[in-house]
Structures are given as structure tokens and as C-alpha cells.
Design a protein around this ligand. Structure first.
Ligand code: 5GP
Length: 213
């Protein structure tokens, strides 16, 4: 029987926003399904095939596109990324909330297909801070970092199309805000409308982050 309560939750954040840390803290031991995406980007040292991503060749990825196996897919930084459809449908049918950690193009595709999906964007405190965090992480070369930062600015400019927007300035505060949004989405509390981009404060926050980008 389909559980009416299961939610499809889209989370987008430019790399370096601390998305992983926030999500781990909030969903620690809850029974949510994290969708494992397919990608054609090369694995990083912290990646495990089948756990962080399913790593595919371009041919394999394009075959899956042709077979209609993706709920959404996009090209980002010259690599394909896509959400396998079957595990999402199966877990939702089993009553689990499903989390998609995807970039903006994919997020908008999912919203088109599934208007019941709820989307959340995590902002960095500023584009300059994002640049600093990416340098500190040290997993990408200078050229890639530059590209990621300009891509991030482009994504942040679309944050006002999400249902909720929070900022990771202070980690504990971001975790509390994320939790408030999720509790609202699940109906445990009233919707956390203070994080809606229809709120003037949130609009201003997005503009501030983009300053000097
Ligand atoms: P990274 O290469 O840093 O792991 O991810 C780059 C971007 O791709 C991130 O914004 C991440 O959220 C996004 N991404 C990961 N999986 C998917 C997916 O299945 N579909 C889409 N559209 N984006 C994804």
C-alpha cells in the first residue's frame, strides 16, 4: 500500500556548502532513503562506488538515458549526473522519505515531474567564503575551483526558485534550520515559512551572498 506520508525532498547546494555534514546530522538515524546517483565524473579519494555514486562510463550513462532509467539527469562540470528512477519509486512506495542531493537543473526537472516534491537550497555565507572553503578542501586544482565558484554563483542566483533556502554560516544554526524545514515538510510542525524565498529577508540574504561574485 502506498504510504501517503512519504516525501520526496530535493536538496541543492554548491560544493563547499557543508551539505553532507548538515544532512548527516539531521538524518542521523532516521529511516530515509538517500538516492545514490549515477555519474560519469571520476571518483575522488573519498568516493566509494555504489555508495557515494554509481560511477559509469559516458556510454553506460547514455544507454541508461536511452532506456529511460533516470528520473532526471543533467550535465554539470562536463560530466553527467542522474537519479535512477526505480530505487526512488520503490522506497517511496514503501513509505520512506527520499532525499535527492542534486544540482539546480535536475531539481527543476524533478519539480516539473513531481510537483509534490519539496526543494531546499543551502547557501554559503558568501561566494568568497565558498572559494576559501574549496581551496581549504584541496581536492580540486585551481582551474576546477574557479569553474566551481562561478558555477556556484549561477546556482545561487536560482535559489529563489526553491521552496526553502537556508544558509550555512554557522554549522549548528544551519543544522537547526535544516531540521526546522524538514519537520515542517513532514508535517511534524507548521511549514517553516520563514525560510521561504517569498520572505523578503530570505531574498535579501540571497542577494548578499551574490555580492562581489
Ligand atoms: P560532485 O561532483 O561535487 O559530487 O557533485 C556535483 C554536483 O552534482 C552537486 O551539486 C551534486 O549535488 C550534483 N549531483 C549529484 N548527483 C546528481 C544527480 O543525480 N543529478 C543531478 N542533476 N545532480 C547531481
Amino acid at each position: 500500500m502506498k504510504n501517503k506520508g512519504s516525501k520526496l525532498i530535493i536538496v541543492s547546494a554548491p560544493s563547499g556548502c557543508g551539505k553532507g555534514t548538515i544532512m548527516k546530522a539531521v538524518f542521523n538515524d532516521s529511516d530515509v532513503f538517500y538516492s545514490v546517483s549515477c555519474t560519469t565524473r571520476p571518483p575522488r579519494p573519498e568516493d566509494t562506488d555504489g555508495v557515494t555514486y554509481h560511477f559509469l562510463t559516458v556510454e553506460e550513462f547514455e544507454e541508461k538515458i536511452a532506456e529511460g532509467e533516470f528520473l532526471e539527469y543533467a550535465k554539470y562540470s562536463e560530466n553527467y549526473y542522474g537519479t535512477p528512477k526505480t530505487p526512488v519509486e520503490k522506497n517511496m512506495a514503501e513509505g520512506r522519505d527520499v532525499i535527492l542531493e542534486i544540482e539546480t537543473q535536475g531539481a527543476f526537472q524533478v519539480k516539473e515531474l513531481r510537483p509534490d516534491a519539496v526543494s531546499l537550497f543551502i547557501l554559503p555565507p558568501s561566494v568568497a567564503e565558498l572559494d576559501r572553503r574549496l581551496h581549504k578542501r584541496g581536492t580540486e586544482d585551481e582551474k576546477t575551483i574557479k569553474k566551481r565558484v562561478s558555477q556556484a554563483a549561477g546556482e545561487i542566483a536560482k535559489a529563489d526558485r526553491y521552496d526553502y533556502v537556508i544558509m550555512n554560516d554557522d554549522l549548528d544554526a544551519a543544522i537547526a534550520d535544516f531540521r526546522a524545514v524538514i519537520d515542517g515538510i513532514k508535517g511534524d510542525t507548521e511549514p517553516a515559512v520563514r525560510f521561504s524565498p517569498e520572505n523578503e529577508e530570505v531574498k535579501k540574504m540571497i542577494e548578499e551572498v551574490l555580492k562581489n561574485a
